[in-house]
Write a protein that binds this ligand. Structure first.
Ligand code: SAM
Length: 269
C-alpha cells in the first residue's frame, strides 16, 4: 500500500506482534458463519490472510478470494502455508463489487478504515447471493483511553502546538464505528436474519510500553506515516508517557488493555 492512503503504510510485523489477541475475534466471527457449502467467499481487508486460508480448509470446494489494498499484507498472505489455495487481489474496498454475487463476504478489523458506512453496508449486502452472509467485526476503540489520549496528544501536545496537520487530526479523530442499532437499520432492508453483538476482551499484554506497541500496529499508522521522523519521535515519547499512566504495568509484569469489539452477521433475504 502506498503512503498516500488515509491509513498510512501497513507493517505486517508490527500488526502481528499481538497476533493472538488480534486473531481471536477474527476466528470467533468466522466460526459464527452458519453455512455448509458456500461457493464464492471473500475476505475483504484480509491482511495477512489467516481467515481466507481458513476458509479454504473449512469449505474446500469454495472459491476463496482475499482482497486487500496493502501490497505488504498481501505478500505475507501469499507466502503463508495454504496461501496457494486463495486468489489474492490487491484492490480498494471502496467501490469494490464481486464479479458474481458472493455467498460470504467476511471482513475483520478492516471496515472501520473505510468511510461512508451509510452506503457501504447496504452496498455489501447487495453483493450477496440470496442466503449469503455478510460477517463483520470492527473495534470499539474510539472511546477508550488509548484512542482518546491519541487525539488529545495530537491536538494539545507539543507544548500546546499539537502534532501534524488539521487534516491528519480530523482523520484520526473521526468516530470509526457507529452503535450496533445503526448497523441493524442499515442491514435490515436486505436481510432475513441479523445477529449483532459486542464483546469486551480484557487483554493481557507483556513487555515495555505494550499499549503503545499495539497502537503502532493499527491506529498510529496514519500518524507515523504523516509526521516526519523528528516529530514522530517527539510524539511517540509524549504519547507513550501518558499511555504508561493510563495502562500501568502491574507488579507481575503484565499490562491490562481492555478492548471492545462490535460483531455482526447478516443473511441476505
Ligand atoms: C487491521 S488490518 C486487519 C487485517 C485482517 N483482516 C485481520 O483481521 O488480521 C486492516 C486491513 O484492512 C486493509 N484495508 C484498510 N482499508 C482498506 C481499503 N479501503 N481497501 C482494502 N483494504 C483495506 C489494510 O490494508 C489492512 O490489511
Amino acid at each position: 500500500m502506498s503512503n498516500d492512503r488515509p491509513e498510512g503504510k501497513w507493517d505486517p510485523g508490527q500488526y502481528l506482534r499481538y497476533g493472538g489477541h488480534r486473531l481471536r475475534p477474527a476466528i470467533e466471527l468466522f466460526q459464527r458463519i452458519d453455512l455448509d457449502e458456500p461457493s464464492i467467499c471473500y475476505d475483504i481487508g484480509c491482511g495477512a490472510g489467516e481467515i481466507a486460508i481458513a476458509m479454504t480448509q473449512r469449505w474446500p470446494s469454495a472459491k476463496v478470494i482475499g482482497l486487500d489494498a496493502s501490497a505488504e499484507m498481501l505478500a505475507k498472505s501469499r507466502s503463508a502455508a495454504g496461501g496457494n489455495n486463495v486468489e489474492w487481489v490487491e484492490a480498494d474496498i471502496v467501490g469494490w463489487a464481486p464479479e458474481k454475487p458472493a455467498d460470504v463476504i467476511y471482513s475483520n478489523a478492516a471496515l472501520h478504515w473505510v468511510d461512508g458506512h451509510d452506503t457501504l453496508f447496504p452496498h455489501l449486502m447487495q453483493q450477496l447471493a440470496p442466503g449469503g452472509v455478510l460477517a463483520v467485526q470492527m473495534p470499539l476503540s474510539w472511546g477508550q483511553a488509548s484512542h482518546r489520549l491519541l487525539r488529545e496528544v495530537l491536538a494539545n501536545g507539543n507544548n500546546g502546538e499539537g502534532y501534524g496537520s488539521a487534516e491528519l487530526r480530523q482523520g484520526v479523530g473521526r468516530k470509526w464505528v457507529d452503535d450496533g442499532d445503526v448497523y441493524f437499520d442499515r442491514l435490515r432492508p436486505y436481510a432475513n436474519h441479523i445477529d449483532i453483538w459486542e464483546c469486551h476482551y480484557l487483554q493481557e499484554l507483556s513487555g515495555d510500553d505494550p499499549v503503545l506497541e499495539w497502537v503502532k500496529g493499527s491506529a498510529l499508522r496514519p500518524v507515523l506515516t504523516a509526521l516526519g521522523e523528528t516529530a514522530a519521535s517527539a510524539f511517540l515519547a509524549e504519547y507513550g508517557s501518558v499511555l504508561r499512566d493510563a495502562y500501568p504495568k502491574r507488579s507481575d509484569g503484565a499490562t491490562l488493555f481492555p478492548f471492545g469489539r462490535l460483531f455482526m452477521i447478516a443473511q441476505r433475504s
